[in-house]
Write a protein that binds this ligand. Sequence first.
Ligand code: 5AD
Ligand code: SF4
Length: 474
Amino acid sequence: MKVGVSMNLPDLKKAKERTSKPVEYQCQELAFDSSFQGKKYFLRTYGCQMNEHDSEEIKGILDFYGMIPCEELEKADVILLNTCAIRENAHDKVFGYLGRIKHLKKERPEVIVGIGGCMSQEEGIVEEIQTRHPYVNFVFGTHNIHDLGRLLSNAKKTSQEIEVYSMEGNVYENVSYKRDSKITAWVNIIYGCDKFCTYCIVPYTRGKERSRKMSEILKEVKMLKEEGYQEVTLLGQNVNAYGHDFQDGTLFSHLLEKVAQTGIPRIRFVTSHPWNFTDEMIDVIAKYPNIMPYIHLPIQSGSNRILKLMGRRYTKESYIELFQKMKNRIPNVAITTDIIVGFPGETEEDFQETLDVVETCQFDGAYTFIFSPREGTPAARMRDDTPKEEKEKRLQRLNERVNFYSKQKNEALLHREAPVLILGQSEKDPKKVYGYTDTMKLVNVDAPQSVIGQIVPVLITDAKSFSLDGRMVK
Ligand code: 5AD
Ligand code: SF4
């Protein structure tokens, strides 16, 4: 019989706390367990780049235990889901997938199933897993990926184990990632978020803003460069809050400049909050040719009334001013954004203001979402009278304008040359390769496979809304 285990359940109230307790910098240490050697694992990742990168950490740990990746769910000995909590549809996708796993567990009860990521940090979700999905062996959160080995070892002996911490969070160094690419790499620079935008669950699931030490980040970038990586993307929920927690004057602009000086061919960073974006940052981006002229700058809404309700800390006017400054000072810069429609109380007039900003800024691209209430956040308790159908219509109207400008920006590249980092074989046409321009536009390129991993000049021959076609210039 399996023994019961002590539980650490998520606690939203605790997750909201921000104290002045200093961040602990710890080393990832794993105890080896040979019983998983040669076992197959299936890992499915939902959500943002942060989760994708966390999955590279998970794969690094499983690799350490001698486990082998497996593409087929049905053949795996261990099944792990790295989940996302940002909107309701992410939740639906995970629970939909759990249905398939439940079936499999009936046929092969020895299969070990674990759930990690942002959804695990939510009280209601864990309750749902406990009551409706008791066959799940363990649940772990975003703060204790390094516990995975122990949870796996326990899984055969214990009943369902929930190990989720609602803490401000530590910083782990010495993490060995199993990276998905040999060409581009993600590098965490800051974890968590203290902005508490009223609609957002992230500050609860990912803890407080805490920066990695600059020396550790630079060590990692230099190592990646030596290994032949062509591109690093500096990752954080809020990269431009980098260094604030050190309270010694360190800023993101300092880090960015140091990273540029390593000479790695391409540097990107996501995501930027308009509130912390300083002139110094713009200057550094403009100064170094290896910092790509591409900025993702979420606006969320064009209505000052809604921005205030969202707790975004800027106005439409200050956003546009920042946007214009970037356009004026950074040659050839592409700017994309995120927009939420149907925030509680959003009127047709508020929405019209969002459309107006899209006309003013003519973004290179925008990720658009219908507001999704997240349990425990202030916006989930706000009065929301707009019918779902109306929100869907607004989303459609917005997408029509957003796609118009994406296509227009792509068309502006027609018959021009752009530097493209070639990442692999094109999915659409196996005779072609694909890659991204400096401005982050996807291009399917007529070029030999031998240029995969190189930055090559490409003549753009066709432009669609979401991709370009081109041919390598010899
Ligand atoms: N509902 C809809 N969209 C959301 N986002 C974050 N929280 C929500 C929510 N509750 C969007 C924001 C953010 C992006 C990552 O997801 O636009 O920038
Ligand atoms: Fe969420 Fe706002 Fe933090 Fe972005 S800045 S992660 S939207 S709370």
